[in-house]
Design a binder for this molecule. Structure first.
Ligand code: PHE
Length: 340
């Protein structure tokens, strides 16, 4: 009998709970109604009377030991089970649920940030515009070809003909009508032109307009501001050059090229072997525009510029087909996941 008790005691000590079901296995094996401890009690009947007390005590101790082990195991193994079933909430969330910013949004934000740093505020205007803000106030003569139905989407609103704005220069007028100088603002937004869709042209695209009006604003201020922009956007080594141009609302006007970022001005097919890339139009705000917008052109002067966001994005990301920006192809959009 004593040997049997010892053997069972050793067995209890040696038992290891590996999986949850081991707990129940242990209970049945040692403490169940047909278990080993119950079996010992049965044997007790055959033990001589004077030894009954001693053996009974030993079996009781054995039962207590088994019960203690069972209770302890219960706790640890349930904990184990918990770990297995539940998620580790300290783990980082899965990447697959993250979206990405649209490349045009990323570039727009970069442009806005660059001008914010030198004190330009942001202003926006409506995409559906009237003739005054899109053309007349901007010094477009009535016969100017840009008013032609081929370039502009017109909407008939009762008697009135209204248009989808063809450029963000319309916001210049709205800002000047509603604010007094000094004015320093940039206006990002979508614009529309009645063009056949191809790799190089689209019926809608995005621009950022810049406007600076104060006393004594000069062409040198304009050049310096644009040089700062080019260096921030395309790198410190960037240079700019201005070519004379024409816009009805600026005088003098210029088109601005930045040194080719792709070949470092050595000449490549993107810059057509000139070493320069056209990025924006600009000029000193025509006095007629200042007067039309309620600003005294004798006291104030200013500059304006306008650039295409798609154009800047094309140079930064080397995306040569404009159409891909609005096709919502997830394979294209996913490439911008880590940016912005
Ligand atoms: N609005 C002109 C365009 O769409 C760009 C421009 C803006 C030029 C401001 C001069 C000044 O092409």
């Amino acid at each position: 009998m004593i040997e049997q008790i010892q053997k069972i005691e050793e067995e209890i000590t040696a038992f290891k709970f590996n999986i949850a079901s081991d707990v129940e296995k242990f209970r049945i094996h040692f403490l169940g109604s047909k278990g080993l401890v119950k079996g010992l009690y049965a044997l007790l009947r055959e033990v001589p009377n004077q030894e009954k007390k001693m053996f009974g005590q030993k079996i009781n101790d054995l039962r207590t030991a088994a019960e203690n082990k069972l209770n302890g195991a219960h706790i640890t193994s349930v904990k184990k089970e918990d770990h297995k079933v539940k998620e580790d909430i300290t783990k980082p969330v899965g990447e697959s649920s993250l979206g990405s910013h649209h490349p045009l949004s990323i570039i727009k934000r970069e442009i806005v940030d660059i001008f914010n740093k030198i004190g330009f505020s942001i202003s926006e205007g409506p995409e559906i515009e009237d003739d005054w803000h899109n053309f007349s106030a901007l010094n477009f003569p009535p016969e100017h070809p840009a008013r032609d139905m081929q370039d502009t989407f017109f909407i008939q609103k009762g008697e009135e003909e209204i248009a989808l704005r063809t450029h963000t220069s319309s916001v210049q007028v709205r800002v000047m009508e509603n604010n007094r100088p000094p004015i320093r603002t940039i206006s990002p937004g979508r614009v529309y032109r009645n063009e056949a869709i191809s790799a190089r042209a689209h019926c809608f695209f995005h621009q950022v307009e810049g406007l600076y009006i104060d006393e004594d604003v000069s062409f040198a201020d304009l050049k310096q501001t644009l040089l700062y922009f080019a260096k921030e956007m395309f790198g410190d080594k960037s240079e700019i050059r201005l070519r004379p141009s024409y816009f009805p609302f600026t005088e003098p006007s210029a088109e601005v090229d930045v040194s080719c970022t792709i070949c470092n001005s050595k000449g490549c097919n993107v810059c057509k072997y000139t070493g320069w890339l056209e990025i924006l139009g600009c000029g000193m705000v025509d006095p007629n525009v200042l007067n039309a917008s309620g600003i005294d052109s004798k006291k104030y002067s200013g500059f304006a510029f306008g650039m295409g966001i798609e154009r800047i994005a094309q140079l930064k990301y080397k995306v040569n087909d404009l159409r891909i920006y609005s096709e919502n192809d997830i394979r294209f959009l996913n490439q911008f996941k880590s940016e912005g």
